[in-house]
Design a protein. Structure first.
Length: 175
């Protein structure tokens, strides 16, 4: 049996080996922000963090996540609270800076790509707190198996969101 920790909660998974992690998250565990876009690692809609690194959950067999921590957008507030040394088990946790920035910049249009975008930018900002525009663009285009695609072409707003998230994180951390 595969055991995965999703947004801080342990799940013993009954889906057979080989089942894409995306299907387990959505159909067995009920975590719905990772989306099915292409199913071929070509769009980024299904991205989640696996032990802090972005992966495409549509092509990742569930057993590859055995014993590991999966973070989806639902888990970002608790992740941020943990990183800030605040309680992460309360109902009134503030949003993660990436979520806050996405709202303030009104980034999403249809929204299907946006959860993967937020996961990718979260990974970037944890590694590179003050990224250049080139680093943001590289994260979204050349750092993974394929670029993160937005069929609504909200790329300029995504860049604005990433910049704002970096500023919010810097202010919160006193940098
Ligand atoms: S659905 Fe996974 S990369 Fe497109
Ligand atoms: S907001 Fe529609 S695909 Fe990106």
């Amino acid at each position: 049996m595969t055991t995965i920790i999703v947004n801080g909660r342990k799940h013993n998974v009954s889906s057979p080996s080989g089942t894409p992690l995306l299907y387990v998250l959505r159909n067995e565990i009920g975590v719905m922000t990772p989306k099915f876009g292409c199913g071929l690692a070509q769009c980024g809609a299904c991205s989640v963090l696996l032990d802090g690194s972005e992966i495409r959950s549509c092509i990742t067999p569930v057993e590859a996540a055995d014993g590991k921590e999966v973070t989806t957008v639902e888990g970002l507030p608790a992740r941020w609270a943990d990183q800030q040394g605040r309680a992460s088990d309360t109902a009134d946790m503030p949003l993660h800076p990436v979520q806050e920035a996405w709202i303030e910049e009104q980034v999403p249009q249809c929204g299907i790509c946006q959860f993967g975008m937020m996961i990718k930018i979260t990974e970037l900002l944890e590694l590179t707190p003050n990224p250049t525009d080139a680093q943001i663009k590289a994260a979204l285009t050349t750092s993974g198996p394929s670029p993160h695609l937005c069929r609504c072409a909200s790329y300029a707003a995504i860049l604005d969101g990433a910049r704002r998230a970096a500023r919010i994180m810097a202010e919160s951390s006193g940098r």
